[in-house]
Design a protein around this ligand. Structure first.
Ligand SMILES: Nc1ncnc2c1ncn2[C@@H]1O[C@H](COP(=O)(O)OP(=O)(O)O)[C@@H](O)[C@H]1O
Ligand SMILES: [Mg+2]
Length: 363
């Protein structure tokens, strides 16, 4: 899968942009604050309809404007035009000029894998950040995942609201709560099974890739869930057991919305002992593992974005990483220091110079 061209209107610091990319390597360089991350962010938003930086969509619209348009031609087996339009009124997505009703139908179509320095949050910060990330990653691979997740979240909201009603009104029927709980369990089991599958599949690749980059093995991700190894009956009993507590706090305390994913080196928690460099290596290994899964399960190779990699890792690691990539992958690499980039990479790349919301191709 490749992005052939990109058009932007009022996206962050780009008022208008129309670029054609190399189907292999693209190198974007420029000073800090010039718009390199904004450019690759636009590709990410074109694929996933939202940014990896924060959740507010309005910040993507250029200051002082009321709408941003991102469009691009994607070549997979055939060419399609994709478009994301974000305005104060919300978001519209289109494929070949036709509006898509559901964002969840759009999301798994253009596949992008992105490395960004902010990704360290994935290891360091809260379980919610990891769940959101893993949800998005599985959604790109599995069309149904996001649909089931949306249903799960809808029922969870209803159940939490009903728990509050029950707390206020003693006469509320428990039957309705049971109906919601059963639905939550059904969707939860589907999601949990998919998460387990995904983490297993990633783990099978992750160890080998991390070893190739760093020379060290024994890395893994643990999937932590309170559904772990329980039968449906046992899961049901847990909801019954926590019902009083749930009612008191007005929310569902048991279930897969508390899942977590933990990086481990042997038996140690990665976030507690690994250096930033090691954490970056494990994140990049995770992304490369994802690329392999795309090939295996979707028979396509996602677009790879490596934002600011050169300021993050030493040259030898970067060489190891690039050596692991197949020739058929399209990459976008951004850097402030073009001089740090190996001549080999420069020679096979289309090079773009970025400055204050303008991009020029170097010839
Ligand atoms: N909504 C926006 N409207 C206008 N400019 C923006 C908007 N959001 C970010 N910017 C500008 O984009 C620039 C940062 O671009 P970025 O791509 O992060 O830089 P870098 O080249 O360092 O990756 C900053 O100058 C910032 O002011
Ligand atoms: Mg940047």
């Amino acid at each position: 899968m490749k992005i052939v061209n990109l058009k932007l209107l009022n996206f962050r610091n780009y008022d208008y942009l129309n670029l054609s990319f190399s189907l292999n390597n693209n190198l974007i360089y420029g000073k800090n604050g010039s718009g390199k991350t904004n450019l690759v962010e636009a590709i990410y938003v074109l694929a996933l309809t939202k940014s990896f930086r924060g959740s507010l969509e309005k910040v993507l619209i250029m200051n002082g404007k009321n709408l941003t348009k991102i469009s691009g031609t994607i070549k997979d087996n055939i060419y399609h035009n994709y478009q994301v339009i974000i305005s104060e009124d919300g978001k519209i997505v289109k494929i070949d000029e036709k509006k898509e009703g559901k964002i969840s139908d759009y999301i798994s179509k253009v596949n992008v894998i992105m490395f960004n320095p902010d990704d360290l949050r994935f290891i360091k910060e809260s379980p919610k950040i990891r769940r959101d990330k893993i949800n998005l990653d599985i959604s790109q691979l599995d069309n149904d995942y996001l649909k089931v997740l949306n249903l799960y979240n809808k029922i969870l909201k209803q159940r939490n609201a009903y728990l509050k009603t029950m707390y206020i009104n003693n006469n509320s029927s428990i039957d309705y709560l049971n109906i919601l709980t059963d639905k939550l369990i059904n969707y939860g089991i589907i999601l949990s099974t998919k998460r387990k599958w995904f983490i297993n599949a990633i783990n099978n690749k992750l160890k080998k890739i991390y070893e190739k980059i760093t020379g060290v093995c024994d890395i893994s991700i643990d999937y932590i869930t309170n559904f772990s190894n329980l039968t449906v009956e046992e899961i049901k009993n847990n909801y019954i057991k926590s019902y009083q507590k749930d009612m008191l706090c007005g929310k569902t305390t048991f279930g897969i919305h508390h899942d977590d994913f933990i990086f481990k080196y042997k038996c140690n928690l990665f976030k507690d002992f690994a250096s930033e460099g090691q954490q970056k290596n494990v994140i990049i290994s995770y992304k490369l593992a994802e690329i392999m899964l795309f090939k295996e399960y979707k028979n396509t190779c996602p677009i790879l974005i490596l934002d600011d990699l050169f300021s993050e890792l030493d040259n030898e690691k970067i060489k190891n990483i690039l050596n692991l990539l197949d020739d058929d992958i399209q990459t976008f690499i951004t850097t402030t220091e073009i001089d740090l980039v190996d001549n080999n990479i420069k020679n096979k790349s289309k090079i773009f110079y970025c400055s204050n919301g303008k991009i020029e191709e170097e010839v």
